[in-house]
Write a protein that binds this ligand. Structure first.
Ligand code: ADP
Ligand code: MG
Length: 393
C-alpha cells in the first residue's frame, strides 16, 4: 500500500516536499515546465491545507559545489507566476538562515530551497545532512518519481527522521506503472538511448529475460558498438562500461536478432547546428567523427520492430535531438511509437519528453508518459527503488 499524502499530517504543519524540478533553463528562464506542472496538485493541496510548503529539488549536476547557472531563482519565479503567489527563495538549502525563514513564513506559503546538489552530502546520503533537512519540517512528502532510483539525502535519508508519504504525482506514477506491468502483451520491446550510459546500461542487463526486442540508440549504442570492436572516433561513449556491454551482448547472443544495434549512423566532426553530415555504416567511423544520430537504415529497422510490438517501453533520445539536423532519428522513432496503436506504449525521461514536445507529437498518443527516465526503467524492470520503498507501508 502506498502511504498517500491524503493520510499525512499536513494541516498547519511544516511540510518538506521533494520535487523534481530538474528542468532545462535557457537564458535565465524555465524552458520546459512539464516537471513543474506535474507537481502542482501536491503543492496546491498543501497550500489549501495551510501548510508551510518547503520545496527541495536538484538541478543539473553541480557535483557538490555552488554553480551560479544552476541556482533555482528562475524556477522560483516561474512557480510564483503559475501559483499566482510569491514563492520565497532561499539561497541556502539547510542551516540557521533557512530555519529562520521557515519560522517567519506564513502558513499556506511556499519556499524553495537552493539546489540541494550544491552540497556533496546530498548524493552521499550523509546522515547528518539528512537530519538537518528533516529538522526543517514535521512531515516529508515525496513527489519526485524521476529521482526514486537515487538513494540521496533528500530522496531517501530524510525518511529516517520524519514520516514519509507519496505526493499525488508519485502515487499516480507508481499505481499506473504497476498496473501496466501486470499485463504486458508480447512482443515486448525496450528502446533505450540517451546519454546517461552509466545508469542505463545496468537496466538493460536486468531486462534481458523480460524483453523480446532491444533497440539501442543514442550515446548508449556507441558503448555497445565500441564493445564490438568498432572505432567510435570522438563519439560519446563510456570506456569503463565496455566490459559490461560485452557481457550483456554475450548474454543476448541467445536471441541474436533481438538485440538490435544501429547498423549505420549520422556522423559529423562538429556537434553543431546545420553542420555537414554523413550517413555511414558503423564499420566506417574513424578519426574526428562523432556519431550524433541514428542512420536511415537503422531508423527503418527500428520502426519495423516497433510496428510488430505489443508492448513498447522507451527512454532516451536516439541522438543529439536538440540540434538540427541530429533530431531526425529521434523524430522518426517518436512517430513510429506514437503510431503503434497495436501496442501499449510507455515512454519516459526528461529529454525524451522534451523531444516529443518539440516535435509537436501529442502526449496522449502514448499509453503512459512517465516523468521518470532511469527511475521508470528500473521500476519496470522490478528493482526496489529507495524512493518508492520509503512511501510504502
Ligand atoms: P532522458 O532525459 O530522456 O532520460 P538522457 O538524459 O539519458 O535522456 O539523454 C538525453 C541526452 O542525450 C540529450 O541531451 C541528447 O542530446 C544526448 N544524446 C543522445 N544521443 C547522443 C549522441 N549520439 N551523442 C551525444 N549526445 C547524445
Ligand atoms: Mg535527461
Amino acid at each position: 500500500m502506498i502511504k498517500s499524502i491524503r493520510t499525512a499530517d499536513t494541516k498547519n504543519k511544516r511540510v518538506l516536499v521533494r520535487v523534481d524540478f530538474n528542468v532545462p533553463i535557457e537564458n535565465g528562464k524555465v524552458a520546459d515546465d512539464t516537471r513543474i506542472m506535474a507537481t502542482l496538485p501536491t503543492i496546491r493541496y498543501l497550500i489549501d491545507d495551510n501548510a508551510k510548503v518547503i520545496l527541495v529539488t536538484h538541478l543539473g549536476r553541480p557535483g557538490g559545489k555552488k554553480v551560479a547557472e544552476l541556482k533555482l531563482d528562475p524556477v522560483a519565479d516561474f512557480l510564483s507566476e503559475i501559483l499566482g503567489k510569491k514563492v520565497l527563495k532561499s539561497d541556502e538549502s539547510v542551516g540557521p538562515t533557512v530555519k529562520k525563514a521557515i519560522d517567519e513564513m506564513n502558513f499556506g506559503d511556499v519556499i524553495l530551497l537552493e539546489n540541494i546538489r550544491f552540497h556533496k552530502e546530498e548524493e552521499n546520503n550523509d546522515p547528518e545532512f539528512a537530519k538537518q533537512l528533516a529538522d526543517l519540517a514535521d512531515t516529508y512528502i515525496v513527489d519526485s518519481f524521476g529521482t526514486s532510483h537515487r538513494k540521496h539525502a533528500s530522496t531517501y535519508g530524510v525518511s529516517k527522521h520524519i514520516p514519509a508519504y507519496a505526493g499525488f504525482l508519485m502515487e499516480k506514477e507508481v499505481l499506473t506503472l504497476t498496473e501496466l506491468m501486470k499485463n504486458t502483451p508480447r512482443p515486448l520491446t525496450l528502446i533505450v538511448g540517451g546519454a546517461k550510459i552509466d545508469t542505463k546500461i545496468g537496466v538493460i542487463k536486468n531486462f534481458l529475460n523480460k524483453a523480446d526486442y532491444f533497440l539501442i540508440g543514442g550515446g548508449l549504442a556507441n558503448t555497445f558498438l565500441a564493445a564490438q570492436g568498432y572505432n567510435m572516433g570522438k563519439s560519446l561513449f563510456e570506456p569503463e562500461k565496455i566490459e559490461l556491454a560485452r557481457e550483456i551482448m554475450m548474454a543476448a547472443e541467445m536471441f541474436r536478432d533481438k538485440f538490435i544495434l544501429p547498423e549505420d549512423a549520422i556522423v559529423s566532426d562538429k556537434a553543431e547546428k546545420n553542420t555537414k553530415i554523413l550517413d555511414l555504416p558503423v564499420t566506417d567511423i574513424e578519426g574526428d567523427m562523432m556519431v550524433l544520430d541514428l542512420g536511415v537504415k537503422s531508423r527503418e529497422k527500428f520502426a519495423e520492430v516497433i510496428a510488430m510490438s505489443k508492448t513498447i517501453i522507451w527512454n532516451g533520445p536516439m541522438g543529439l535531438y536538440e540540434k538540427e539536423p541530429f533530431e531526425k532519428g529521434t523524430l522518426y522513432i517518436a512517430q513510429a511509437v506514437s503510431e503503434a496503436t497495436q501496442a501499449k506504449t510507455i515512454i519516459g525521461g526528461g529529454d525524451t519528453i522534451d523531444a516529443i514536445k518539440n516535435f509537436k507529437i501529442r502526449l496522449n498518443k502514448f499509453t503512459h508518459v512517465s516523468t521518470g527516465g532511469g527511475a521508470m526503467l528500473e521500476f519496470l524492470e522490478g528493482s526496489p527503488l529507495p524512493g518508492v520503498e520509503i512511501i510504502m507501508g
